[in-house]
Design a protein around this ligand. Structure first.
Ligand SMILES: [Zn+2]
Ligand SMILES: [Zn+2]
Length: 691
């Protein structure tokens, strides 16, 4: 086993995921390259080495062996980072000794427990295996007696512990990082590794303390924990909302306090410091410390008791994530637990659905625009800063963006009407990309061979009889381009296609199939194209042949010179005027033609002037979610607020798994509601490059 100079094995956790290793993976570094890559291996579920590879050192956080063993038993892996970020709590958990009092979450309840043992779990310790550490605990009742033996408790992971009793209550010697000393390397999975420090009787006296029981009471009464959304009545009587980022006894206090990161800034708040100590880090003027008993669960989430959102990763600045980094989209496997539910997504307010649905479509899963944040002038207070921090990063990290953040953004859009009126998404997208992010037009389009149009979106323009009754986006886009003699100058990074519908009411087609893959090879200037008939390199294109009912009407007709001559010998096609395609550079005639595909990542829909959005959140064909920023409303018209909802809709993937023929014949009365909306209400389809 390789060791570094200090003689310690170097363990790490992946804090940022670029590719390959997912966030929260734990590994051991065997070497480090001159360029700052760690070479090593990552442990799988059972603690055995699963895969080896390299990871950028700056994307990891170093761990001791003890920390690595504790975290390895935590699942899912994303919860490991959550725990690690709660520095105070995790430090205490790492130092736990036998008979320490802790509070654990067990069967949805908070239970005070005494630590009995630290248990090695998983495969036996041998090279290439890291044994996981779990806690064996004894339940105590509120008088801290050990309960008469009931069914044995399971082993708890470090992440199950939500609180550690203040250390002055414990007369103990901490055991830290003691793996090599204290764990006898027996070939069994359970090892009693904690020496008894006190008898139970002595312990009972020492912990009969009101601080602990009131904290326990507060915890079990309200089910608040790190990551919970909470509300607090502030000094001036207003209710403020935030996420609990820290729970513990601050220096100089006797009882349990909570550190909250508020949704909005308040002048009396800090960036995470309390007195002279820092317990977490967030943006300035957002950290509020209050006694835990003053906190209540965020009532905005409690209207439907069965749908209280699960705790999720706390928002904003964290120990592990560099503030200058963009938060990556939520990983596919975490979307159902982090994003789906009530009070999820972007909260709608005052005609904002055009904007909520557009932002959600553009940024939830696609990273096509991330590089543009970096390119745009990013002053601290500027609008791109608000978009990046208050909306996009927040959406991806915490899964919820309050209406206030969206309003702050709308007010800075330059034109007053964007803050108050319903707008068209295309108008908003152009404003956003051009004036907020200062990016070049996404689409460079040639018209009749000349560079002519720069645009951010493409509006489909076709005649109804030019395509099938239930057209696909593929057909519509090709027809729209061919009938106006347009070509893409280059492959766009992102292609936003507007469906042929005008105003709020008129739609040209009752149903449109959003093609999941869009092949733009035939409408790409200068790219080699295949002859429609023989498959050789095409040299001509004929628009009049397009609708020829003997030649697959609607399909683009490009021919090699031989086929071009033969097709146009036919009397019915004598009048055609095929035009020569621009020769692709340096290409042998028999080279295979490369197809250029773009992938559908979102569909914006409209129904009676309300916009909603479908987003594809990962490679799995069934990974679709549906978002409505105003799905429900709580309270009365004046004081109420909208409840944004994200729903999982794998049925969209099932629908897309059919052939185009089957999809076009689907009877919408028999389709699920969301499939019907996707098929009938599409307004914009968003595609990105697959590379
Ligand atoms: Zn040919
Ligand atoms: Zn022709």
């Amino acid at each position: 086993m390789e060791r570094n100079e200090e003689g310690h094995e170097r363990y790490f956790i992946v804090a940022r995921s670029k590719k390959g290793l997912s966030r929260g993976s734990i590994g051991r570094a065997d070497a480090e390259t001159a360029t700052g890559d760690l070479i090593g291996m990552v442990y799988g579920g059972g603690g055995s080495a699963r895969s080896s590879g390299t990871v950028k050192k700056q994307d990891t956080c170093p761990l001791t062996r003890h920390q690595a063993q504790l975290l390895l038993f935590v699942s899912p892996a994303s919860r490991r980072l959550e725990l690690l970020r709660n520095v105070q709590l995790f430090t205490k958990i790492c130092a736990l000794a036998q008979e320490d009092l802790v509070v654990v979450k067990h069967k949805k309840d908070f239970q005070p427990c005494l630590v009995k043992n630290l248990i090695q779990l998983g495969k036996k310790d041998k090279p290439g295996v890291l044994q996981m550490l779990g806690f064996e605990l004894d339940l105590v009742d509120t008088e801290h007696d050990i309960l008469s033996k009931t069914a044995p408790l399971p082993f708890f992971s470090a992440a199950d512990i939500v609180q550690v009793a203040p250390s002055h209550l414990n007369t103990r010697q901490p055991l830290r990082d003691s793996g090599d000393l204290d764990f006898k390397r027996k070939e069994v999975s359970r090892i009693n590794s904690m020496p008894a420090l006190n008898s139970h009787n002595a312990k009972k006296q020492s912990i009969s303390n009101t601080d602990v029981s009131s904290s326990i009471q507060a915890l079990s009464q309200y089910s608040l924990e790190v990551g919970s959304m909470a509300e607090v009545i502030s000094l001036n009587g207003l209710t403020v909302y935030g996420v609990i980022r820290w729970i513990g006894v601050p220096e100089g206090k006797k009882n349990c306090w909570a550190g909250l990161e508020l949704d909005n800034e308040a002048t009396t708040c800090s960036d995470g410091t309390f007195g002279t100590k820092r317990y977490f880090t967030c943006e300035g003027n957002k950290a509020l410390y209050v006694p835990l008993t003053n906190c209540k669960p965020d009532s905005r989430f409690l209207f439907i008791p069965n749908e209280i959102p699960k705790p999720f990763e706390p928002p904003s600045a964290t120990l592990l994530e560099d503030l200058n980094e963009d938060v990556p989209p939520v990983a596919e496997q975490d979307v159902l637990s982090h994003l789906v539910g009530r009070m999820r997504g972007i909260q709608g307010h005052f005609n904002s659905c055009y904007l909520d649905a557009t932002l959600f479509s553009l940024f939830t899963s696609s990273t096509a625009f991330n590089r543009m944040f970096n390119r745009s002038a990013d002053s601290d207070e500027g609008i791109s800063h608000i978009l990046r921090w208050d909306i996009v990063n927040r959406l991806r990290r915490s899964g919820f963006v309050p209406a206030e953040s969206v309003m702050k953004f709308r007010k800075q859009l330059g034109c007053k009407s964007f803050a108050t009126e319903e707008k068209d998404p295309e108008e908003f997208i152009t404003l956003l990309l051009k004036h907020v992010l200062h990016i070049e037009p996404l689409l460079k389009i040639r018209s009749h061979g000349e560079l002519a149009q720069d645009a951010y979106t493409h509006q489909i323009i076709v005649e109804k009889n030019q395509v099938r009754a239930v057209p696909s986006v593929q057909q519509l886009l090709e027809m729209s381009f061919v009938s106006s003699n347009l070509k893409f100058e280059e492959i766009p990074s992102c292609l936003i296609v507007q469906m042929p519908r005008f105003g709020k009411k008129f739609k040209m087609f009752p149903k449109i199939i959003p093609s999941t893959e869009l092949d733009i090879t035939d409408i790409l200037h200068c790219s080699p194209k295949e002859c429609f008939l023989c498959g050789h390199l095409a040299e001509y294109e004929c628009f009049q042949c397009l609708m020829d009912h003997k030649l697959q009407p609607g399909k683009i007709k490009q021919y090699c010179s031989t086929c071009n001559t033969q097709v146009h010998i036919h009397p019915s096609r004598k009048e055609h005027t095929p035009h020569k395609l621009t020769d692709p550079d340096h290409l042998p005639e028999d080279a295979p033609v490369e197809r250029h595909q773009m992938q559908l990542f979102a569909v914006l829909c409209i129904d009676t002037s309300h916009y909603v959005s479908f987003v594809k959140y990962g490679p799995n064909p069934r990974s679709w979610i549906f978002f409505d920023s105003m799905a429900d409303r709580c309270g009365d018209d004046k004081n109420g607020y909208n409840v944004p909802v994200i729903r999982s809709c794998p049925e969209i993937g099932d629908f897309f798994s059919q052939s185009e023929e089957e999809m076009s014949k689907a009877d919408v009365r028999e389709c699920s509601e969301l499939v019907r909306r996707l098929l009938c209400d599409s307004y914009m389809c968003l595609y990105q490059r697959t590379d």
